[in-house]
Design a protein. Structure first.
Length: 601
């Protein structure tokens, strides 16, 4: 396949925001791709050479890419820099610099897809002395042979800016159209949810059809998309939902990890965050303990890593465990911040995929899968505290106990036979209930920063407020929910510009719908936790726009930053429109409220 075919498809995708149109463009294209190349096409469509959980990234610095553009186009460095400041996108700079006239004289052979993959792979693995220069030369080689449109995408790919708007949902729709039926779409999604590898699913589907896709199983080393909880406002509502009986577990305030454990000569332990980052190096002690204490050879378990004081046998607040996420001085952090893992689920063990079995069965198997460690200062591996609840009094008592133990609240879990592990979905098989709900605050929301307003007065010189957005997985679009100006301390305000620098955008991000115009736009990247007094209809915010009332979105009233940076979440994992809508509907008394922006700073 020629690279021009894929570049042409990216260009067509970029020219529309309509999901159905994107699906058709993709389906039509996918059908023409050789199954052996489809896997890489899928990865490349989001600017990668591997599935998301693989840590390898191209990540070339903009300056280096501009240098390559200069060397190929013969333009002056100062002119290219000026274009870069104006356009803010190395892809567009490359496209404009590599003029058609020049191409005709320069390229001899059209660029093949395989050549692009080979050269990009070489860029990815180039490290050490002179690596920057070598990477620049490799990219120049590709640019030399590329057309203007191809150059646009090559430069976006190497700088991590490949967003043509078609997310994994659209890709799966297209795969179903190209190789299966609409009815089989959920099977494709399940295969993706249990492997987190859409390239693998696409290749399997193209080569072996739906029969082969149905055989895809959970396997150690490939992270499974995590199951998520719904929420309800009161404990009696939870008991009603579960028809009077369910399990309650402590809801620990730490970092969720999915541990993949394999013993033997080719053994390994990998700890993945809920956003598929490899956290193994942050919790080497937990990884080691899990491997040592596992009975059997292989397992995938889930648990929450929480900072812990062995002297008093008490849990410590979330902020403590985040110190384990720093890049340097890990051995000191391991010493200074003891951590325990509280395991709450078992997804796989020694050849058996447990994701389609009931919660009670999974829990039973989990509790028989690990040995205790009676040596060492404390046992790093434990199970989440849990009781079967069938009265409201018992529910309240367990919740109070969880809060006294410094947990966030409780997780209620269904005990029915149908209580499978729903990879990648949020549903009422698990229901969370947090302390915040009892303090009139509705809940915390994880929102993406999409803009900033310059500060005034005491906040002059730093960002004074942020424009925050939530996400709609159905359309792949972000919508604003509030202007956030409260809850920041001076140190956080000083650090903000640095945290946001990489996401700065000269224009409104193409995946965002917004009416409010901030001083600076950001691509969705940084996720912050926010509380609010409640949610109201907003004429200016665009989250869930038109779903409750025509010409209104939903906005948070009195939003406040909780102090938690959710760097364990991608912007696509932030609070969804649907959740915000559910919250709105949950608010029983709809007193006449002030319009949302009247109360903001
Ligand atoms: P939230 O982040 O508010 O949506 O709450 C869900 C998170 O609670 C999960 O992703 C886990 O990190 C965490 N959690 C803590 N304890 C448990 C538990 N016992 N069962 C499931 N999740 C838990």
């Amino acid at each position: 396949m020629l690279f021009s075919e894929i570049a042409k498809t990216f260009d067509r995708l970029e020219s529309t925001t309509r999901r159905l149109e994107m699906t058709d463009i993709l389906a039509e294209f996918i059908k023409t791709v050789n199954p052996a190349e489809l896997r890489e096409v899928v990865y490349l469509s989001v600017g990668r050479l591997h599935p998301d959980f693989c840590p390898l990234e191209l990540g070339m610095a903009d300056k280096l890419v501009l240098k390559a553009i200069v060397s190929v186009s013969g333009k002056k460095q100062s002119d290219v820099d000026e274009m870069w400041i104006k356009l803010g996108d190395p892809g567009q700079v490359a496209e404009q610099c590599i003029s058609k006239k020049k191409q005709m004289t320069l390229f001899s052979e059209p660029l093949t897809f395989q050549t692009v993959i080979d050269v990009l792979s070489a860029i990815e693995v180039t490290t050490g002395k002179d690596s920057q220069d070598k990477k620049m030369k490799l990219l120049s080689r590709l640019l030399h042979e590329s057309s203007a449109v191809e150059a646009r995408y090559l430069c976006r790919i190497v700088t991590g800016r490949m967003r043509v708007g078609a997310g994994s949902m659209t890709l799966m729709d297209a795969l179903a159209i190209a190789f299966a039926t609409k009815e089989e779409r959920p099977e494709i999604e399940r295969a993706f949810n249990i492997t987190c590898d859409l390239g693998l699913v696409a290749e399997t589907l193209a080569a072996g059809g739906m029969e082969a896709v149905k055989k895809i199983k959970v396997s150690v080393g490939s992270p499974v998309k995590v199951m998520l909880a719904e929420r309800l406002r009161t404990l009696p509502e939870i008991m009603d939902k579960f028809e009077g009986k369910c399990a309650f577990e402590y809801k620990y305030d730490g970092i969720r990890v999915q541990a993949h454990i394999k013993k033997g000569a080719d053994g390994f332990v990998k700890l993945y965050s809920r956003r598929l980052e490899d956290l193994t190096s942050n919790f080497p002690d937990i990884a080691e303990a899990l491997k040592n204490q596992l009975k059997g050879n292989e397992a995938i378990i889930e648990g929450e890593c929480v900072a812990y004081d062995p002297a008093t046998n008490t849990l410590k607040p979330f902020q403590n465990v985040t110190h384990r996420r720093k890049k340097h001085g890990m051995s000191q952090a391991v010493e200074e911040i003891p951590v325990r893992i509280f395991m709450f689920d078992l997804l796989y063990k020694d050849g058996t995929d447990y994701t389609l079995t009931s919660y009670s069965h999974r829990r039973l198997m989990l509790e028989t899968s690990f040995n205790d460690n009676t040596e060492g200062p404390y046992d790093l591996v434990g199970y989440s505290e849990r009781e079967i609840i069938s009265t409201e009094e018992h529910a309240q008592e367990f919740f109070d106990k969880a809060i006294a133990a410094k947990c966030e609240g409780i997780m209620a879990k269904a005990l029915t036979d149908s209580s499978i592990y729903r990879a990648g979905s949020r549903g009422f098989l698990w229901i969370k209930y947090k302390k915040d709900y009892t303090q009139a605050l509705v809940d915390t929301f994880d929102l993406a920063v999409v803009g900033a307003f310059y500060g005034m007065g005491k906040r002059a010189g730093v960002y004074g407020a942020l424009l925050m957005a939530s996400y709609d997985p159905d359309t792949g679009r972000f919508g604003t929910t509030c202007k956030l100006g409260t809850g920041f301390d001076d140190a956080f305000l000083a650090a903000l510009p640095g945290m946001l620098e990489a996401y700065k955008s000269n224009t409104k991000p193409s995946s965002l719908d917004a009416e409010m115009v901030p001083d600076v736009w950001f691509l969705p990247g940084l996720v912050l936790e926010v509380t609010a007094a409640d949610i109201s209809l907003s004429p200016i915010h665009t989250a869930a726009f038109g779903t409750i009332k025509e010409d209104s979105g939903l906005g948070l009233r009195f939003p406040r930053f909780t102090g938690k940076v959710r760097d364990d979440k991608t912007p696509e994992q932030c609070t969804t429109f649907e959740e915000i809508k559910e919250f709105y509907e949950l608010q029983e008394e709809r007193d006449v409220q002030e319009p949302v922006d009247a109360v903001e700073e």
